[in-house]
Design a protein around this ligand. Structure first.
Ligand code: HEM
Length: 455
């Protein structure tokens, strides 16, 4: 398929289709039950751009690459986080994910260098060491039933924690991790059902959440202060964030802001990678021919030890497999924004306070962009096609424009390393008797986990 950069002819119309159902209750019910399936069905029926109105709120569903580019990049200053972000702020404070405007801009500028390739090389050894010790633990589970999703949540949590606090012992990782997981569980329940927060305020869940959050922050602060007092500089994210100063004032990040950013990095950086890994194993299990081709590539580069940073670049098929997996199962399936002021694209009028929804899942499954979109075919991304699709935003698992995922290089490095380590050491079989379903909350997880056996 030719990847182009021009607005789609189809949306050159002022009146975009209205997908509001005759029965508004039914409409909301369908949306609440499975928003991903709902949006995807509407997309297939109504086209790449359509709108609806729920309780007086106009929503515009944008799945046209050029329109997406307009929102992400060309007129990005007109779009901010939606009001739902307030729920996430209960857990993440005002870190990169939840902030907007000047605060976001200053933080992004300050933190961006820590995620540049030359700094990620410094994190490579920490990452590889954690993955190797994880593989030893998996060795002890060979032949037993494991849940890939739980295992990957564990390793990606450990990797991102160690990338921040390279000198903290495994024990600290485990206790911080438990606090975060519990916190995320609470927030997910509130996001899924906004009325739940009133009940949780009464039954004590909210209090417990706040206490846990405080315990997590106290633990983080303890580690931060230990590091500040130490004369030794570590090659990790915490050190980079402690040493970074704002361009204008030359000042360091405040303690409050640093804590919010550390929690944000942990939260944004492990469930997503874990989903990508789990769905990749699911797809690989169904495609032994892809595993064979992958193993051939791995054997040619490094048959029995983890690849180094440069060696990873010699494995293009590995990258294609991951890209194709994130096309079919994008770990973050939806990105939303609220319009600040009026806007227009290709005749489509957007009013202030309209919500725009960019459904990564629907776009990645659009048959006018991808031939046989439901087929797992890593070869569609051969010869640099993955870069072309990304450039014009026909493929955007990491978002786009200046708010594109800050951790995307970190994630792809980590996911590639874990996959190589697994395929070098194990064969595997996904349990064929289980129910596998997508659950699209903030991220897209396998609803019932992913039971498997390592052989
Ligand atoms: C496969 C793994 C990952 C996927 C699919 C993913 C996806 C995304 C997406 C789609 C966004 C943009 C959301 C928006 O525009 O509203 C985002 C933002 C972000 N991601 Fe990731 N992410 C992944 C891994 C990571 C990792 C490993 C980290 C950190 C180590 C991370 C940290 C962040 C942060 C801090 C933001 C907010 C950036 C900003 O607004 O400036 N992510 N991610």
């Amino acid at each position: 398929m030719e990847v182009t950069d021009t607005p789609t002819e189809k949306i050159k119309l002022a009146n975009i289709p209205n997908g509001t159902s005759v029965n508004p209750i039914k409409h909301i019910q369908l949306m609440m039950k499975d928003a991903r399936a709902f949006m995807n069905q509407k997309h297939q029926k109504l086209g790449q751009v359509w709108e609806d109105k729920i309780l007086g709120q106009r929503m515009i569903y944008v799945n046209d690459p050029a329109f997406i580019k307009h929102i992400f990049a060309k007129n990005r200053n007109n779009y901010k986080r939606t009001k739902n972000i307030e729920i996430l702020k209960m857990g993440l404070g005002n870190g990169l994910v939840t902030s907007d405007g000047e605060l976001w801009q200053n933080q992004r500028k300050l933190m961006q260098p820590a995620f540049h390739a030359q700094n990620l090389i410094k994190l490579f050894d920490v990452m590889a060491a954690e993955i190797e010790s994880f593989m030893k633990e998996l060795e002890a589970k060979r032949g037993t039933e494991i849940d890939f999703h739980r295992e990957f949540m564990d390793i990606t949590g450990r990797v991102v924690f160690k990338a921040m606090f390279s000198d903290e012992p495994a024990q600290s990782v485990a206790s911080f991790y438990d606090i975060m997981v519990e916190g995320q569980r609470y927030l997910t329940k509130v996001i899924r059902n906004p009325l739940a927060k009133y009940w949780y305020a009464l039954n004590g869940e909210t209090k417990k959440f706040k206490q846990r959050k405080q315990r997590g922050e106290d633990a983080l602060l303890h580690s931060v202060n230990k590091r500040k007092a130490s004369k030794v500089k570590k090659p990790d994210l915490l050190q980079m964030l402690l040493d970074a100063t704002y361009e204008d004032s030359n000042e360091y990040m405040s303690e409050r802001q640093l804590l919010d950013e550390l929690v944000t990095i942990f939260a944004a950086g492990h469930e997503t990678s874990s989903n990508a890994l789990t769905w990749t194993m699911y797809l690989l299990d169904k495609h032994p021919e892809v595993i064979e081709k992958l193993r051939k590539e791995i054997n040619e580069v490094t048959p029995d030890k983890l690849p180094g940073y440069e060696e990873l670049k010699k494995m293009p098929y590995l990258q294609q497999v991951i890209d194709e997996s994130m096309r079919i199962y994008p770990p973050v399936w939806l990105v939303t924004r609220e319009a600040i002021d009026e806007d227009e694209f290709a005749g489509v009028k957007i009013n202030a306070e309209d919500i725009v929804l960019l459904c990564i899942y629907s776009l990645h499954h659009d048959a006018s962009i991808y031939t046989n979109p439901e087929t797992f075919n890593p070869d569609r991304f051969a010869d640099g096609m993955n870069k072309k699709y990304s450039k014009n935003l026909s493929y955007f698992p990491f978002g786009g424009g200046p708010r594109k995922c800050i951790g995307f290089m970190f994630a792809t490095m980590e996911i590639r390393l874990i996959l190589v380590a697994l395929l070098q050491k194990f064969d595997f079989k996904i349990n064929p008797d289980q129910k596998v379903e997508m659950e699209a909350l903030i991220t897209m997880q396998p609803k019932y986990g992913m039971k498997a056996q390592l052989i």
